[in-house]
Ligand binder design. Structure first.
Ligand code: IVH
Length: 702
């Protein structure tokens, strides 16, 4: 896409712009360069997965463009990087007709199916051996994009294959879909391309963690997440979901003249290369071209073993006759092309019987229905309990006790019920009735407007009190080892533990009389309780179980104050100034700190010796990394790139944007690319993992 000279020039422009950046007026004369520089870095980040700038540097340049365009609105062009983020809501999605109907694929499940298909391919083409191109079968939502005169003009969902929904605005939020692409260099005036919108496993996890922090039901799998995301009314929300697009097929093109025919269009692998060169994330690197079906079978089996290591979900391989002329000879049925075949990987689904639904009360009073099924092994684990999240899920899936249900568990994703099979009903199935009263304290359940979750609003409800304490001592919260759920329940039942401060006032003499509590285990428990008093503020905040405040928000909050009780004097507006704190979260924090009972509890905890201050804030800047330079590459598991970068700066270190002899540490995450290779060649650079980086920082983080 960019040749060596262009890269050099763009890097030089980048450096100049970073120096200039405070002068919006200077940027005005260089606005085209600035746009090109931003497009280049988007490509490095979103298509190549190998950024050259830190998030911070990119944001600075982006803001410079935004400011310059604000001052000179006449300079805003349709393809400016700022034009992705539409502010207006999509009213509805008009129906549009695809230029060429979007066909489906024929499926094969075993070697015999493939051998059969190859035989037909040889018969139809008259060849003794056919050349095939093999690529992953991306498990997302299909899309079709149109570019005219190099400009992205329309993006549509698959719909019924003939008509889809026009979701252009939403697709503009996907950074791997370029707003302009140099098809004209191939003499192409209009083109329709096909692909798949995907949510990577990492983004999916990140998104579900965010939902969990807000007590919302998680999205079932990355495929549903991607397809649901395309039809969201608010494009900003689409942007937040970090979608990606793989483009794998050219379904239509119109050339500018008849004189020149680009050779790339003569083969499928050439088309993938053309798309890659035009800036798309085609499976250019993933594809292989082989001759004969034996090589196809071998490759499909080998790739299946890699499935769990890929950063995104695939559910099989797609095998395509590589030569486009031969594709035309083979033609298509009304349903699928004869020149392509999907090879589906082993299913990660199983059928079972739904025996009962239990209703659990969470620490915020949320009532979660949990399906009890006949245990079935899926993907290496036995599944017997499955969360149904809320009443709407039961209704949407039309579930009844006694139903045969299809259960799916893909990779690390928590198992979920895909659907019930109504055809197998015998008439003895029973409807699931959602309780009207709390199954523990019997208070009337309530549901807030616009929410799907029923709640027990009695904060004294024993189930909630116990759940709050279980959460408080848990590993991710105060990490009081050897306490655990069982002891919380036991001590509560005995009447020795009534509330959180009670954890620090346990009657150990009485406990010592219980069976299974020798002096050794008592000492261990005492030590763990004592040690928890030193846990950093972010853990204490998370441990309090404030609604919508998960681990990430707790860290933001801890960094914002000197003392925990500072929150008691903060307004909702002040709280909303913080990163990731929206209206709902701010309201919940405010409610928590306006409650006198909670304030008393915190004062008690402080008297008991728990740490309520943020040491980082109170002490002068920590300079442990002074003089050291850092660069991050690849995907990290525990930290967001921006968080890790902020940590470096907080500790007095400096961030570099590229590998050079000035670099001291390269922190390497998953799927690290060329930076790692480059760094290996420079002896003085220390290459460390994310965990080693965290140890180096040894901060409040853990
Ligand atoms: S080719 C006419 N290639 O799988 C060619 N499809 O189950 C049609 N899919 O509707 C598609 N990865 O949405 C093709 N590498 C790939 C694919 C792929 C995923 C989807 C596509 C199709 C569905 C059929």
């Amino acid at each position: 896409m960019y040749n060596g000279n262009q890269v050099k020039q763009l890097q030089q422009h980048t450096e100049e712009l970073i120096v200039f950046q405070k002068h919006d007026e200077d940027a005005k004369d260089n606005i085209d360069i600035l746009k090109n520089v931003l497009r280049f870095h988007e490509y490095r980040y979103y298509v190549m997965n190998d950024p050259l700038l830190t998030d911070f540097e990119y944001d600075q340049l982006y803001k410079l463009l935004e400011n310059t365009e604000k001052l000179h609105p006449e300079l805003v062009t349709k393809d400016s990087p700022t034009q992705r983020v539409g502010s207006s809501l999509n009213q509805s999605f008009p129906t549009v007709q695809h230029l060429v109907p979007m066909l489906s694929l024929e499926n094969s499940y075993n070697e015999d199916d493939l051998i059969d298909w190859d035989r037909k391919a040889r018969e139809l083409t008259g060849l003794t051996e056919v050349e095939y191109c093999i690529e992953p079968k991306f498990d997302g939502a299909s899309i079709s994009l149109i570019y005219e005169d190099d400009v992205f003009t329309r993006g549509a969902t698959r719909g019924d294959g003939v008509h889809g929904e026009d979701v252009t605005n939403n697709m503009k939020q996907i950074r791997s879909i370029p707003l302009t692409a140099k098809f004209s260099e191939y003499g192409i005036q209009q083109i329709e391309i096909r692909g798949e919108v995907m949510m990577s496993k990492a983004s999916f996890k990140h998104y579900n963690d965010m939902l969990a922090e807000q007590n919302l039901p998680p999205l079932a799998n990355p495929r549903n997440a991607a397809s649901g995301s395309l039809r969201i009314k608010d494009p900003k929300e689409v942007a937040r979901r970090r979608l990606e697009a793989f483009l794998y097929n050219i379904s239509y093109y119109h050339l500018e003249t008849d004189d020149k025919f680009p050779k790339e269009l003569m083969s499928h692998s050439g088309c993938l290369e053309l798309l890659w060169n035009c800036g798309f994330r085609s499976p250019q690197k993933e594809k292989v071209v082989v001759k004969g079906i034996d090589a196809v079978i071998k490759h499909c089996h080998e790739y299946e073993l890699k499935r769990d290591d890929l950063p995104y979900e695939i559910d099989g391989m797609v095998i395509k006759v590589n030569n486009v002329e031969l594709q035309e000879i083979m033609g298509m049925t009304t349903h699928h092309p004869r020149w392509a075949m999907a090879f589906k990987f082993k299913a990660r689904q199983a059928s079972s019987k739904l025996r009962a639904v239990e209703f659990q009360v969470g620490r915020t009073g949320a009532i979660t229905p949990v399906a009890k099924i006949d245990p079935v092994p899926i993907g290496g684990v036995t599944v017997g309990s499955i969360s149904l999240f809320n009443e709407d899920v039961i209704k949407e899936k039309d579930l009844m006790i006694g139903d045969t249900v299809l259960v799916e568990r893909a990779g690390d994703v928590i198992p979920y019920i895909v659907r019930s099979n109504a055809e197998l009903r015998t008439g003895s199935e029973q409807p699931i009735s959602f309780p009207k009263h709390c199954p523990v304290c019997e208070s009337k359940l309530m549901k807030e407007e616009g929410e799907a979750v029923w709640r027990c609003v009695n904060i004294e409800c024993p189930a909630q009190v116990v759940e709050r304490m279980i959460h408080f001592v848990s590993k991710d919260a105060m990490d009081i080892k050897s306490f655990g759920e069982a002891n919380v329940r036991k001590f509560y039942e005995k009447g020795w533990l009534k509330d959180i401060p009670g954890i620090y006032n346990l009657p150990f003499e009485e406990i010592g009389k219980l069976e299974g509590f020798g002096q050794k285990s008592i000492d261990k428990l005492k030590d763990a309780i004592e040690a928890s008093k030193q846990q950093p503020l972010n853990r204490l905040i998370f441990a309090l179980g404030i609604r919508y405040v998960g681990e990430t928000t707790a860290k933001t909050l801890a960094n914002a104050v000197h003392h925990l009780l500072d929150f008691a004097s903060m307004s909702e507006e002040q709280l909303q100034q913080m990163e990731d704190v929206g209206v709902k979260v701010a309201n919940s924090i405010h409610l928590f700190f306006s409650n006198e009972q909670n304030i008393q509890m915190l004062k008690q905890l402080e008297q008991l010796g728990l740490k309520m201050t943020n040491e980082k804030k109170s002490s002068s800047t920590d300079n442990t990394l002074h003089g050291q330079t850092f660069l991050f590459t690849g995907t990290m598991n525990k930290l967001k790139r921006s968080e890790a970068e902020a940590m470096v700066e907080e500790h007095g270190g400096k961030l570099l944007s590229g590998v050079s002899s000035k670099l001291n540490y390269l922190v390497v995450g998953e799927d690290a690319g060329s930076k790692l290779e480059k760094a290996k060649k420079i002896n003085t650079i220390r290459i460390i993992s994310e965990d080693e980086f965290l140890m180096l920082i040894d901060s409040n983080y853990n």
